[in-house]
Design a protein around this ligand. Sequence first.
Ligand code: F6R
Length: 236
Amino acid sequence: PNLIVTEDYAAMSRIACDIVMGQLAQRPDSVLGLATGGTPVGLYAQLCDRHADLSRTAVFNLDEYYPLSRQHPQSFYQFMKQHVYDSLKPLSWDIPDGEADDIIRECARYETAIRESGGLDLQVLGVGRNGHIGFNEPGTSFASRTRLVSLKQETVEDNARFFENASLVPLQAVTMGIATILEAKSIMLLASGSAKAEALRQLFYGRVSTEVPVTALRLHPNVHVIADRQAAALLS
Ligand code: F6R
């Protein structure tokens, strides 16, 4: 992977925004894959400040909690509305339905929708401290596709900060699989803070292993990692 190390979170967000804006300039009708969580919030604020033109752009999200209503304030649906779509109106946006009755069918629908859009041009990723990407936890097959998964205890704990208490965090999610992510033409992974340093060390120097899902990105020819100094502390 290509590595860009930045001084801090704000600089990471600015460079990430430059890359997304560059993609949109090159191809206004790009298909973007976006992530939620704390890491890309600065990127999304920059895209809004710079009035990114998404009017010809289709957006897909990596994942959504299950079961969780789209109206729930902590749903990734609401996250995307709040941080992106209240300001920027893409041509279309899609996210797995965390309250679908037939979840197998919903997962198949999502895969088909991505494929029929022409496929992801740029997928934005964060990384879990255990190396997860999307909600593909350690042990996930690199051949995995969009499906219902159970969250690891550490992921539930990490996400508890967004809920009133840990018992309210859904224990499952619908996530793009690792194969789905690897089919994106390019990938940009953002990492900020020392909690992500070990995951990045594994990405650059560890063995490619399903035990550390982020190492799957070594199998992809076009990955940019943008990390602040704390996240990059164990590199080089
Ligand atoms: C979010 C997602 C997750 C997060 C990861 C890091 O859509 O799929 O993999 O990217 O859990 O979360 P933060 O950014 O909150 O540290």
